[in-house]
Write a protein that binds this ligand. Structure first.
Ligand SMILES: *[C@@H]1O[C@H](CO)[C@@H](O)[C@H](O)[C@H]1NC(C)=O
Ligand SMILES: *[C@@H]1O[C@H](CO)[C@@H](O)[C@H](O)[C@H]1NC(C)=O
Ligand SMILES: *[C@@H]1O[C@H](CO)[C@@H](O)[C@H](O)[C@H]1NC(C)=O
Ligand SMILES: *[C@@H]1O[C@H](CO)[C@@H](O)[C@H](O)[C@H]1NC(C)=O
Length: 426
């Protein structure tokens, strides 16, 4: 698609301007996710029945991402109507604003906004206001962690829409927020109608529009959000996250961008007017990351080596629920035991290379609380040494890449890795 655009643009732009555009599109190449290149959220808009002035549709968001979920406070979906549609009623979700419905007499629509924003209902919603896959406060799991909760649905009755295949128009400009930015949604397209299997009978939607939304870490944060530190039993040196991994401390009081733990300033911010903000409020550190993943090599003997992973939350404004890590290390082909973790092998570089694992906390180890004394989780991995890949080369026991909730973590440079004294080599 980018190439098509480029050839079109070359007709209307000077070569120099074109060159600038190509360069800037290269620098935003972080939109490509090497861990999960096909990962996306697909939204299906299934028209289930016609009404006198429109239709009833079920809208479902399917999370087809390996490692990225939507956690509390949940998704917000908006769009712009192609005509002058209104929402008569909704089940399983609500439009956050009613808008101007003054031209309606008697029956007043649920929302008359030209660009409505819809949010999920909360768990415990009365049954008559629920549909399947609704009412999870906007939380959507990854397909790996909890496939039964990897979709979210709501139903809406649309008026002033036309009620034939020829007269209805797909909504435009879909925006998915979580509630921050990060996702970019394509246009809704007419696709083959969704089929629903109910026992031995298959029914289908009258018509279906489909669109996909993809995530970019760069759009979401501008700076990385996670870093890795390393240590080992054979060397006292702790290799900390690289300085300024996620930003630098600003010592200027006016533009201060971090707080010290347990300071009066922290308490006043957390209880102040910005109480419900979701922008990270991080503890002051040299790396300024909201998340630090520490990889400690605990043991290394003839047959096995053991790692303790500690994830520390340094963000005072976020409880991370259903967190996950993706870790790349050649020895994942010989993982022996896990403590506190679930595991799934990921093969992002095609079949055969079993070196990337998705790890997530078992029940009771799946909540990473806000920064402070409870703001960390721990787990252990035991690897059987694989004589084909294990080397005593410097740094072998350390991960090659680490991702937290799908976002790439900043690693220390390889030449800073703790060093193995010669006599420890096995
Ligand atoms: C979205 O993900 C699904 C499931 O992996 C895949 O079949 C589809 O091709 C993806 N769509 C895009 C546009 O990448
Ligand atoms: C995090 O969870 C704890 C315990 O459930 C709760 O008291 C606290 O308000 C939560 N903090 C945020 C920022 O959501
Ligand atoms: C990948 O390695 C794990 C052990 O770490 C093993 O259980 C799994 O079967 C391997 N998968 C493949 C496809 O080789
Ligand atoms: C520990 O590792 C550091 C960093 O690689 C190195 O400078 C130091 O000499 C090592 N110390 C010992 C006792 O091996």
């Amino acid at each position: 698609m980018e190439l098509e655009n480029a050839s079109f643009l070359s007709k209307v732009l000077t070569p120099w301007a074109l060159c600038l555009i190509l360069l800037s599109s290269l620098s935003s190449s972080e939109a490509y996710d090497s861990l999960d290149p096909n990962g996306n959220i697909t939204i299906k808009w299934d028209i289930m029945s016609w009404t006198p002035d429109g239709y009833v549709a079920v809208v479902t968001m399917y999370n087809y991402q390996q490692c990225r979920h939507i956690q509390p406070p949940g998704w917000q979906l908006s769009w712009t109507w192609a005509k002058k549609e209104v929402i008569w009623s909704m089940v399983g979700a609500l439009a956050t604003e009613q808008g101007d419905c003054s031209e309606f007499m008697g029956n007043v629509p649920h929302s008359c906004k030209q660009d409505p924003t819809v949010v999920d209902l909360l768990p415990g919603t009365p049954y008559n206001m629920q549909i399947a896959n609704c009412c999870k406060a906007g939380v959507i799991s990854t397909i790996n962690q909890d496939p039964a909760n990897a979709a979210s649905s709501f139903q809406l009755s649309v008026g002033r829409a036309g009620n034939t295949k020829k007269t209805v128009k797909a909504p435009k400009n879909f925006i998915l927020k979580t509630p921050g930015p990060g996702y970019t949604c394509g246009p809704a397209k007419l696709v083959e109608s969704t089929k629903f299997v109910n026992g031995r009978r298959i029914t289908e939607a009258l018509m279906t529009w489909s669109l996909t939304c993809t995530y970019s870490q760069f759009l979401a944060y501008k700076t990385p959000s996670c870093c890795v530190s390393l240590s080992s039993f054979y060397n006292d040196t702790v290799v900390d996250c690289p300085t300024c991994s996620c930003g630098c401390q600003n010592s200027n009081m006016k533009h201060r961008n971090c707080v010290k733990g347990d300071s009066p300033l922290l308490r006043s911010i957390l209880n102040g007017p910005g109480k419900y903000s979701y922008t990270p409020l991080v503890q002051c550190t040299s790396h300024m990351c909201p998340i630090r993943v520490h990889w400690h090599v605990m043991l290394n003997n003839k047959d096995y080596w053991r790692v303790k992973i500690t994830i520390t939350n340094l963000n005072y404004r976020m409880n991370y629920t259903q967190w996950n890590l993706a870790v790349q290390h050649p020895n994942f082909d010989n993982l022996a035991t896990l403590v506190g973790l679930n595991y799934k092998s990921l093969m992002p570089y095609g079949a055969g290379i079993n070196d990337t694992a998705m790890l997530w906390g078992v029940k009771n180890n799946d909540l990473l609380m806000t920064a402070g004394s409870y703001g960390n989780v721990q787990a252990e991995l035991l690897f059987r040494k694989d004589s084909n890949t294990f080397t005593s080369e410097k740094g072998y026991e350390f991960p090659r890449r680490v991702y937290f909730n799908g976002d790439n973590c900043v690693m220390p440079p390889p030449d800073a890795y703790p060093w193995v004294p010669n006599e420890e080599l096995l």
